[in-house]
Design a protein around this ligand. Structure first.
Ligand code: ADP
Ligand code: MG
Length: 703
């Protein structure tokens, strides 16, 4: 079983955290750095030199030979360029290990190969990484040895954001500023800062590495493009929260240990709904740190899986027919003295500040539902959203019985006088304790659910960075707070104005609240009647980024310029097209080189059998019928393959952009589905020995 893990000892041991800084930095330098972290004050180069030196010394003690500026370009994955600490050799032939303040603060990777969405057509090609001191540096151990990783933002020469972190930091500033305005109105003079807190729950699949290697679709696209459902799926619900198998448990143990060392507070782990699907949730942290940590979680899951002879699939829909994976983004606003603006207290109807916050959020989500939806769009998520498992593509808010009742009172009478009590849970068993019951039940079908003292945005894809969704959340809420404060700060009678405002928001935006079954067809109809947007695919969602409404808001709060938004939309259209192009080409490759030859061979053996059986004087009717059926499906496959080749050829010759992306979505994807259908049917008929790759059953039931 190995040595027991001493969690409190190893937690954060590879992080240049507050304790280390306090221990190692001169008092004045430590104080300056804290000021920079907390108040965003500038750091002079001399101070940076001292910090860099200590950071290097500390990292070398941990075995580090290299450092890297770790950043999040718009490729969806993190990027890094490693430099060793060695300086130019001395006359003696020896080297010193050095790391300057300048090297800590600023890096200059060649930006030309990262997506910029046209920003670089008009601006210089240079890109800079800049130290984000609000997310601690850490040492990572892997096959490359130990590396000091410095979280950084990535911008162009003229300051345009080329990454996920820059807008996130900007949006955190925006929501901080407007939240402070709001709480000051309610007499709070003590809190100095309001930070969005985020807890992303990460779902993933594990499959055996050897079987993975036998599937080109998994290798090239991260999901299966063919595959018939095994006799058993997830219908028995026996995997969800089931006993964790030993092989997986060993993996989870190693993942936790690695994450704890780099300061990620991995907290919860369990089996998810689908066979071979699991979840990991950390304890929530400041949005910026939470986003970085989530990247570390994804990297660590992959790395440790490889060590255990497995592959971790982060794709949103690795297998058709069983649940896909998402990332629940839990979000709240917490002051530096520990007050959660989303905490309703025991009697929400009396908590007037909470009611304003709540109705502002309803307004924000209703006004910018399209943007929130867009923030969860990626090619993989198109297979989940609205497909009877993950939330639908329509944004609505689940409030639960208690808050919905309060809202109802606000709308009908203008004020709320009572809150439904939470009560106790009677189990009917005398030996069990009476449990205090939550005032609100859960609703797994809602994309945006209030869960006690936070909102849980459930649309986000498992592979995506949570930066995008939090940029949108922070900014739309900053806008709603700002508009409310504009009214309230100017009011002669604060109480009256507040009362009217809450009633107005509640009434105007009640349509976004829905507590029913989000998977039902009735909801789709009802949402349409309410005028809520239903953007069912990524290509239909992307234009939300560049509407006048979106541009005005993002520019007002200095989160994105119009040029940045346009470039991001362009990048998304392009990356969508590229993703589908790779999938289509992989299908063409697999069908042409693996399925067609395998089935042709199988028909030959069937034909031989028919002849042999007849020669032996027996009736070969079953064999003959099988041969006919297989041959028919084979020609259907061949036809679909040719059709896919044709549309695929058409697609690649189109100009990059929205039109091409739409073509991929509306023309290429249906052609891919048409090819998959006969192949999946054939898999059910053809001899397993003759099938050229592991089946779904092999992949998800035999990990
Ligand atoms: P589940 O929803 O799976 O039952 P929890 O609600 O306990 O699990 O927590 C899910 C995630 O939400 C965890 O990462 C947790 O740390 C985070 N979380 C809890 N409270 C808050 C909060 N106030 N703000 C943001 N995230 C939170
Ligand atoms: Mg949850």
């Amino acid at each position: 079983m190995g040595e027991p893990i001493k969690v409190t000892e190893i937690f954060g041991e590879d992080v240049f955290n507050d304790t280390v800084m306090q221990e190692r930095l001169p008092k004045k330098v430590y104080k300056d750095l804290k000021k920079m972290i907390e108040e965003g004050k500038e750091l002079d180069l001399a101070t940076a030199d001292v910090i860099a030196h200590e950071m290097k010394e500390w990292a070398i003690e941990k075995g580090a030979t290299h450092y890297t500026h770790w950043f999040q370009p718009l490729t969806g994955v993190t990027a890094e360029k490693h430099d060793s600490f060695i300086s130019a050799p001395l006359p003696s032939g020896k080297v010193l290990m050095s790391f300057s303040g300048k090297e800590l603060i600023k890096g200059e990777p060649d930006a030309s190969s990262f997506p910029s969405g046209g920003l670089r057509a008009t601006f210089e090609a240079r890109g800079y990484t800049a130290w984000d001191c609000t997310s601690p540096a850490f040492v990572r151990h892997d096959a490359a040895g130990a590396t000091l990783c410095i979280p950084t933002a990535f911008c162009s020469y003229t300051g345009e954001a080329l990454d996920q972190k820059t807008p996130l930091l900007r949006s955190m500033e925006a929501v901080n500023e407007q939240s402070l305005r709001l709480i000051r109105l309610f007499g709070n003079t003590t809190s100095g800062k309001v930070t969005p807190s985020v807890g992303p729950e990460q779902e993933y699949f594990l499959v055996d590495a050897k079987k993975f290697q036998e599937r080109k679709d998994l290798i090239y696209t991260g999901r299966t493009l063919f595959g018939a459902m095994p006799p058993k799926g997830q219908e028995l619900d026996d995997h969800y929260f089931g006993i964790i198998r030993q092989r997986i448990a060993g993996f989870m143990k190693d993942v936790n240990e690695e994450l704890w060392k780099v300061g990620v507070s991995a907290k919860t782990q369990h089996n998810e709904a689908a066979p071979a699907q699991h979840e990991l949730a950390p304890i929530y942290a400041e949005a910026n740190v939470a986003v970085d940590h989530n990247h570390l979680v994804m990297l660590t899951l992959k790395k440790v899986a490889a060590r255990h002879g497995m592959k971790c699939l982060l794709h949103e829909k690795p297998f058709a027919g069983v649940n896909g994976s998402g990332k629940h983004n839990n979000w709240s606003l917490i002051t530096d003295d520990g007050k959660n603006l989303l905490d309703p207290g025991k009697t929400p109807h009396e908590n007037i500040q909470f009611l304003l916050v709540l109705t502002c959020i309803l307004k924000a989500v209703d006004t910018h539902a399209d943007l929130l939806r867009e923030s969860a769009a990626d090619p993989g998520n198109d297979h989940r959203l609205g497909s009877n498992e993950a939330p639908p593509a329509i944004i609505s808010v689940f409030l639960g019985e208690q808050l919905e009742d309060v809202l109802e009172q606000l709308v009908s009478t203008g004020s709320a006088t009572h809150s439904i009590k939470s009560g106790t849970l009677d189990t009917g068993v005398r030996t069990l304790p009476d449990l205090a019951k939550d005032a609100t039940d859960r609703n797994r079908t809602s994309p945006f659910a209030f869960t006690g003292n936070k909102f849980e945005f459930r649309m986000v894809g498992s592979r995506d960075s949570v930066a995008g969704p939090n940029v949108v959340l922070n900014t739309i809420v900053a806008e709603a707070f700002s508009e409310a404060c504009d009214v309230l700060e100017a009011a002669d009678d604060f109480d009256l104005a507040l009362h009217d405002l809450i009633k107005e928001y509640a009434t105007c935006h009640q349509r976004i609240v829905f507590n029913g079954n989000g998977y039902s067809d009735e909801w789709v109809e009802e949402a349409k009647r309410r005028g809520l947007p239903n953007l069912s695919s990524m290509v239909e969602a992307i234009p939300a980024l560049t509407t006048d409404k979106a541009v005005a808001m993002f520019e007002k709060f200095k989160v994105f310029t119009r040029a940045e938004l346009e470039s991001r939309a362009e990048i998304k259209f392009e990356s969508y097209s590229k993703a589908i192009n790779i999938e289509a080409r992989t299908m063409i490759d697999m069908a042409g080189k693996q399925f067609v030859p395998a089935v042709v061979k199988y028909t030959k053996s069937l034909a031989d059998t028919v002849i042999a059986v007849r020669e032996a004087g027996a009736d070969a009717v079953v064999q003959f019928d099988m041969l006919k059926e297989v041959t028919e499906l084979l020609s259907e496959m061949k036809e679909a393959l040719e059709r896919l080749k044709t549309v695929e050829n058409q697609a690649i010759t189109m100009k990059e952009g929205e039109e091409q992306a739409r073509f991929y979505h509306f023309e290429v994807i249906p052609a891919m589905e048409a090819l998959r259908a006969p192949v999946d049917k054939l898999e059910m008929i053809v001899d397993k020995e003759a099938w050229p790759m592991p089946s779904y059953g092999d992949l998800i039931f035999e990990v």
